[in-house]
Design a protein around this ligand. Structure first.
Ligand SMILES: C[S@@+](CC[C@H](N)C(=O)[O-])C[C@H]1O[C@@H](n2cnc3c(N)ncnc32)[C@H](O)[C@@H]1O
Length: 296
């Protein structure tokens, strides 16, 4: 006959492992509760006339610079284009012939590395003016393989930048859009000078703007595209491929789409619903096969 006392004694290691598991689970639960509490608190603190404050946990994946570095290494682009260069942080990562467009380059911060590539063509002008005057495929003697759109943080600008860039790409080129996964209502405000929700934000110096709406419009109107969003700090990175350089869908829908999304806020849309729609992924591993993921 067996009794409780006949059970084999647990080893000290097993007991410690069990305690460790319990503690980790409790830690996770506390974190989740804390986030839920904060989110509810901020929701209750809704501003008059607005749809209040919301927040998501900070992105926990590799930074957008890491993701860019990985994509340059894996895709080995032959021709790169970026809109929004500032002090050259992202341009430095490109090793191939490159076009950089910015209304105001911060050249005093460029290092020798920034221009350390066979061709660096810098255009100091608004991106719209660049596309009116020049053809990147002509300048680079071939279609753009990789593009990084990080210029003006208003959705109608990013939408135009995407439309104009796609025309000069190949179907398997990749267009990256920065700042499309903002982490709270303050970071996602349209007007950078609007400080209404600043006190609530864990990131009072960030501004992603409302470019997430460009990603939403592209997602809604172009089901033919492959779109993936990554939890790349600080404000996410959206990658788009399976491009169609001949498509006029977005250009034709542009005025209507911009008008239809003017008053939409991410709080009203639902930040979690947006993440689901964009196929948000955790980018933890620096050796993850991003190129394969995009081509899958
Ligand atoms: C966030 S910074 C770019 C940072 C850079 N890509 C990096 O990761 O190191 C945004 C830049 O976009 C530029 N910009 C703003 N509006 C623009 C426009 N309409 N056309 C081109 N550049 C623009 C600004 O001058 C600014 O330097």
């Amino acid at each position: 006959m067996s009794s409780m006392n006949d059970q084999p004694a647990a080893t000290a290691e097993a007991v410690l492992a069990h305690i460790g598991r319990k503690r980790r689970a409790a830690g996770r639960t506390m974190k989740q509760l804390a986030w839920r509490w904060r989110a509810n608190y901020y929701r209750r603190a809704a501003t008059p006339g607005g749809d209040g404050f919301w927040t998501l946990p900070d992105h926990a994946g590799r930074s957008y610079q890491d993701a860019l570095r990985m994509l340059h290494a894996q895709l080995q682009p032959q021709r790169y284009l970026e809109i929004g260069t500032a002090n050259g942080g992202s341009l430095t990562l490109a090793k191939c012939p490159s076009i950089a467009i910015d209304v105001a380059f911060q050249l005093d911060h460029f290092t020798a590395q920034t221009l350390n590539k066979p061709v660096s063509l810098l255009f100091q002008m608004p991106s719209d003016t660049f596309f009116e005057r020049y053809s990147p495929a002509t300048l680079l003697k071939g279609p753009v393989d990789l593009a990084f759109l990080d210029g003006m943080h208003h959705y109608e600008f990013l939408l135009r930048d995407f439309i104009n860039t796609e025309r000069h790409c190949l179907p398997n080129s990749v267009i990256l859009m920065h700042d499309c996964v903002p982490t709270d209502a303050f970071v996602a405000r349209r007007n950078p000078d609007d400080r209404t929700l600043r006190a609530f934000s864990a990131h009072p110096n960030w501004w992603a703007g409302d470019v997430w709406k460009a990603a939403l419009i592209i997602r809604r109107l172009r089901p033919d595209l492959r779109i993936l969003a990554f939890d790349a700090p600080p404000t996410g990175l959206v990658a788009i491929t399976n491009l169609d350089p001949g498509s006029n869908v977005l250009a034709q829908a542009y005025p209507e789409a911009v008008a239809a999304h003017r008053d939409l806020t991410l709080g009203a849309f639902g930040p979690e619903a947006y993440l689901r729609l964009m196929g948000a992924r955790h980018l933890a591993n620096p050796s993850e096969d991003l190129a394969g993921l995009l081509r899958a």
